[in-house]
Design a protein around this ligand. Structure first.
Ligand code: TXA
Ligand code: MG
Length: 325
């Protein structure tokens, strides 16, 4: 299969072509503000099966349905008052809500892995928005990487993983946020299923209450995990990752954060700094690209300096822990 790649300046023809490709059951990678997604028509089970196949993704792992706006979301999922408050506060944006399906939910059972809930979000990216408007229906999209690899933040990352396995890549340049959306399940007790691009603190402010984490770490839970995609090694580079580094060992590359220098840094195989100023937003945007780059540096390991745990730091530390498994 030949994968078509658009140029960086996306025009109406590119969008129409991508929407037609989705309508025909094709697989289209497109930018969102968080990471690039691999999209398929949510209502077309064969197209959805193609996503699992292209990614090599375990089929028990359900997908997020992307829609253009809240109206479209209401056709798919039932919103209680809390879910509505979150949608109104944060959509479009890096928040995914897990909600009960509507009775005539068009999202195929394969995409929700047979659950009676559906994960749904309205992305905040002009290309994603234009594509969803042109397509008209829901588009299910996991991150556009081979299952288990680091999520793509540029079209080049997508091409490196999926060239020849998908129909089209819409190149909208590097993404803004750089980590996946925050996932909240709106059940009786709202749960933070995955920390992500929207900090927990912002969500708790709107809810007026603390967000609970699922009872056990889903990465190690033997029971039906609440966010089944949260497998421990979900974001693993091939090079071993060492967290909380206070020095650089011989042969290692360094993923730095902030201004301070570590002993051994002069001999590091490569050094990339997530944010010299200690800015967590900048660090999130750089995270996956830098992990990919250091993974290719021929180092024996990647040493990672500590990153603060507040705000976007919760998602960054979550992804780093998974990268270190
Ligand atoms: O930022 C993002 O969320 C990106 C962009 C492309 O939108 N997408 C993304 O998708 O990260 P993916 O497939 O890599 O992660 C989706 C997560 C998985 O952990 C999955 O288990 C969880 O959402 N999920 C999906 N449906 C669910 C459901 N009904 N209940 C619980 N978890 C669900
Ligand atoms: Mg993913």
């Amino acid at each position: 299969m030949q994968t078509a790649l658009t140029t960086r300046t996306i025009n109406a023809t590119d969008i129409a072509q991508a929407a037609a490709c989705l309508r025909a059951g094709g697989l289209v990678a497109f930018p969102t503000e968080t990471v690039y997604g691999l999209g398929a028509d949510a209502a077309n089970p064969r197209a959805v099966a193609g996503i699992y196949e292209a990614k090599g993704r375990p089929s028990f792992n359900p997908l997020i349905a992307h829609v253009a706006d809240l109206e479209a979301a209401k056709r798919i999922a039932r919103f209680d008052s809390r879910a509505l408050a979150l949608a109104e506060a944060f959509w479009p944006g890096p928040l995914t809500l897990v909600l009960p399906k509507t009775d005539n939910c068009p999202v195929s059972d394969l995409a929700t892995a047979g659950l009676d809930t559906v994960a749904i979000r309205v992305p905040d990216h002009p290309v994603a928005h234009a594509l969803l408007m042109a397509f008209g229906g829901a588009v299910v999209a996991p991150s556009a990487n081979i299952s288990g690899h680091v999520s793509p933040t540029t079209a080049a990352h997508v091409k490196a993983d999926l060239d020849g396995r998908i129909d089209m890549i819409v190149d909208g340049g590097p993404v803004d946020v750089g980590v996946e959306s925050t996932i909240v399940a709106c059940f009786e007790q709202p749960l933070l299923l995955r920390p992500g691009g929207l900090p927990r603190e912002a969500i708790e402010r709107v809810l007026g209450m603390a967000l609970a984490r699922p009872p056990e770490d889903p990465a190690t839970d033997n029971h039906q995990p609440l966010a089944p995609g949260m497998l421990a090694s979900h974001y693993a580079p091939r090079t071993p990752v060492r967290l909380m580094a206070s020095d650089v060992q011989p042969g290692e590359a360094l993923l730095a954060f902030g201004p301070s220098l570590l002993p051994g840094i002069e001999d590091a195989k490569a050094v990339l700094n997530l944010s010299k100023d200690g800015d967590l937003g900048e660090a999130a945007a750089n995270l996956f690209g830098y992990l990919r780059a250091l993974d290719g540096a021929g180092a024996t390991g990647i040493a990672v300096m500590p990153v603060p745990a507040h705000g976007l730091g919760e998602a960054i530390n979550d992804r780093l822990r998974r990268a270190a498994v």
